[in-house]
Design a protein around this ligand. Structure first.
Ligand code: AMP
Ligand code: MN
Ligand code: MN
Ligand code: MN
Length: 306
């Protein structure tokens, strides 16, 4: 069943994907079937603050002949702002990682209770119960609240749910102090993984602030940065980001941040090529090549030198 990964640069890989174990819509099995149908050969499951989906993802990936990198997306705080750090090729059983995930779990629960209270105060009935039903688990994210608000008819779509209730400064927004950035990078390293700054264009509008975020991430010991994403970048911003990453010696990663098939503009594995001035993440020293060698052992030839 093993397939040889022919070329990571042309839609064969995706290292930022969500399942319904966090705020994705698809269960792991359906997600893996979809990845296979889209021609993705190598991927990482990166649910928010949980590794619960990894056993099922490992099984399903093996059944479909896909290569899985165990991953997670950690909620972090830097300079009082939320930043997301993806950990790739982690050992999910790592004790320091497990401790941080438990902390985040507790923080998520108490924040979710506060969000529900605020929504109730603004006239949304049974916010907690309805959102728990939407999620099907206790690890509530703002995405679940947004889906509930759409389902209950309070807003027309997800965008409006964030704009009206859930985005920073809005009526149901609750600030949370997540894991400090340096600590998140350290626990990913302790778990043997590679720390990747997720969707860097989402944190700041100005070039100067983006540059500071990239610098802080590099100084915190971060390894890589997502430079190929499904979101459309403002003109010039992507190039500058690639330059900041290159200046800091960061590797480039690719990830769609897929959550929901209804978001038809985000397609699994359909990502622009990495900019040439950064080294691709699969050249990182901690990239797990042994599994790759094992997976491709029976094949005769690999088309590209990565
Ligand atoms: P949380 O970690 O609970 O704060 O939820 C963050 C999640 O909400 C992100 O991972 C996205 O999936 C989703 N999200 C954030 N902002 C928006 C937005 N404006 N529209 C749709 N989804 C969003
Ligand atoms: Mn999300
Ligand atoms: Mn994120
Ligand atoms: Mn994500």
């Amino acid at each position: 069943m093993d397939r040889t990964l022919q070329d990571r640069a042309t839609g064969a890989c995706d290292y930022h994907v969500h399942s319904d174990r966090s705020d994705g819509v698809l269960a792991v099995d359906a997600l893996v079937a979809r990845l296979a149908a889209h021609g993705v050969q190598e991927w990482a499951l990166t649910d928010h603050d949980t590794v619960d989906g990894l056993p099922a993802a490992t099984q399903a990936s093996a059944a479909h002949g896909l290569r899985l990198l165990p991953g997670v997306e950690l909620s972090c705080t830097f300079n009082a702002h939320t930043v997301h750090v993806v950990g790739l090729a982690i050992d999910p059983a790592s004790a320091p990682l497990q401790r941080v995930l438990q902390r985040l779990d507790a923080q998520r629960q108490s924040r979710a209770e506060q969000i529900a209270q605020r929504l109730s105060a603004t006239g949304v009935a049974d916010a907690w119960a309805h959102t728990r039903t939407v999620a099907g688990h206790h690890r509530l994210t703002r995405t679940h609240f947004a889906r509930m608000l759409v389902a209950q008819g309070y807003v027309r779509d997800m965008k409006a749910a964030f704009h009206r209730y859930l985005a920073d400064g809005k009526s149901a927004a609750v600030k949370s102090a997540w894991v400090p950035l340096e600590e998140a990078v350290a626990v990913i390293h302790a778990a043997g993984g590679i720390a990747v700054l997720a969707h860097p264009l989402r944190y700041a509008r100005t070039h100067a602030r983006r540059r500071r975020t990239v610098a802080a991430f590099a100084e915190a010991g971060g390894d890589a940065i997502e430079l190929s994403t499904a979101a459309q970048a403002p003109s010039g911003a992507q190039d500058q980001l690639a330059r900041y990453a290159a200046e800091r010696g960061l590797f480039g990663s690719l990830g769609s941040d897929f959550h929901d098939p209804a978001q038809h503009w985000i397609r699994l594995g359909q990502l622009p090529p990495l900019p040439s001035q950064v080294r691709p993440i699969w050249q990182h020293p901690r990239w797990p090549h042994s599994a790759e060698a094992a997976a491709s052992a029976p094949s005769t030839q690999v088309a590209h030198a990565w």
